[in-house]
Design a protein around this ligand. Structure first.
Ligand code: NVA
Length: 380
């Protein structure tokens, strides 16, 4: 392994080069290296999950009643069909851009299952970003806090086995029991000015992969209604000294997944949610900070599981090309203005299910090595 430095714009990048003869079926260190292979989720068989307090803390309030009433039933078939069509367009675009696309298998989300003191039905396998974390050549199955997502990684097992046989490292975080002690059943939303309360406790480690953003040796994270300190501590110890996990707090009383709040687009280029990031973390000193334009999703468009800031949830194909929602003209114009090459794709019907291009994907292989993109990290 060789080590060197290069400077891109104002950002100093400490680089390593790795022996190219090592097989690397899984290799992704950040959000922007050239994308070669990706998993894209599926919406087939998506169901309203069993109702639980953990959902109450994160779903838009106007959806709670609907979720309670429809728990354990499929989402409307016409909405699934519309989202599926957009996923096919997305896959077509990715393949046209030279990316190999892989898909999970469909699970029966209506099959009841349970832990020692609870039962649930499932949700979907639409958002691989939430459930699997790729760090370098390793894929980690995450210990999800939602009971309705307990077996979601099963949809990816054929791929996980294939990647393992091809040489990848495959790990699973301790599978939490998700007992009642894992949740604060007295949870209520924190009022402005109060410290943010999360619905999960520190009983066992839980985290969703989407609460982490990878920037080489530095991983940016948030605590949320699915990711606790215990989970972050587990990941820190698991990854060891080669990585530094930086935990930030944002202005988000319903925090679940960092990728509609803080999105590193390329070395030295950060997209932020101006309502949630009130102070840009010091680590980004010297980076260009772009404020996401106000979302334009109309009020009549159903968003079951996300805020409208899902407009920030773009996918970088390299440091220039970025997949963005076709109707989101303000975001397309802004990205062009900032020097990127937007690739529009219809995705608003998929957005209804709680995610956009970043959520719907898991980058398996990007061409690049483990680098450092920040200066003076140890002094922060
Ligand atoms: N929970 C976030 C979406 C994350 C992709 C939000 O509702 O804005």
């Amino acid at each position: 392994m060789k080590i060197g430095t290069r400077t891109v714009d104002k950002i100093q990048i400490t680089t390593t080069t790795v022996d190219a003869s090592t097989p690397r079926p899984v290799n992704s260190h950040n959000e922007w290296d050239l994308l070669e292979e990706v998993i894209v989720g599926i919406v087939d068989g998506a169901c309203f999950p069993s109702w639980h307090i953990a959902l109450q803390a994160t779903l838009p309030e106007d959806q709670h009643e609907l979720f309670r009433a429809n728990a354990g039933r499929p989402f409307p078939p016409e909405q699934i069909a519309a989202a599926k069509e957009e996923l096919e367009e997305f896959v077509h675009i990715l393949e046209g851009e030279g990316v190999r696309v892989r898909r999970p298998v469909r699970l029966n989300q209506l099959q009841p299952y349970g832990g020692l003191n609870w039962t649930s039905t499932g949700l979907y396998t639409a958002m691989p970003r939430d459930v699997l974390l790729v760090i370098g050549n390793e894929i980690i199955e995450c210990p999800l806090a939602w009971r309705s997502r307990y077996y979601e990684t099963c949809g990816y097992k054929p791929l996980l086995k294939e990647y393992f046989h091809a040489g990848a490292k495959w790990s699973t975080a301790p599978k939490p029991e998700l007992k009642d002690e894992q949740y604060d059943y007295a949870w209520t939303e924190s009022k402005p000015g109060e410290p943010v309360r999360h619905v999960i406790t520190e009983f066992e480690p839980t985290f969703d992969a989407a609460d982490f953003m990878r920037c080489g040796r530095d991983i940016l994270a948030q605590k949320s209604n699915v990711t606790n300190d215990f989970g972050i501590a587990w990941l820190r110890r698991h990854l060891g000294d080669r990585y530094r996990i930086h935990v930030f707090e944002f202005n988000d009383p319903h925090a679940m997944h960092i990728d509609a709040t803080l999105v590193p687009l390329a070395p030295g280029k950060l997209l932020i949610n101006p309502q949630r990031v009130l102070q840009v973390p010091k680590i980004f000193k010297g980076w260009d900070v772009f404020h996401a334009p106000k979302p334009i999703i109309p009020p009549e468009h159903t968003l079951y599981m996300t805020s409208k800031w899902i407009n920030m949830n773009v996918l970088m194909l390299d440091e220039q090309r970025v997949v963005v929602e076709r109707q989101d003209e303000p975001m397309i114009a802004a990205l062009k203005n900032w020097g990127f090459t937007p690739i529009p794709c219809n995705f608003r019907n998929f957005n209804s299910f709680g995610g956009s291009f970043h959520c719907a994907t898991l980058d398996i292989r990007r061409r690049g090595n483990l680098n450092s993109y920040f200066l003076d990290v140890d002094e922060l």
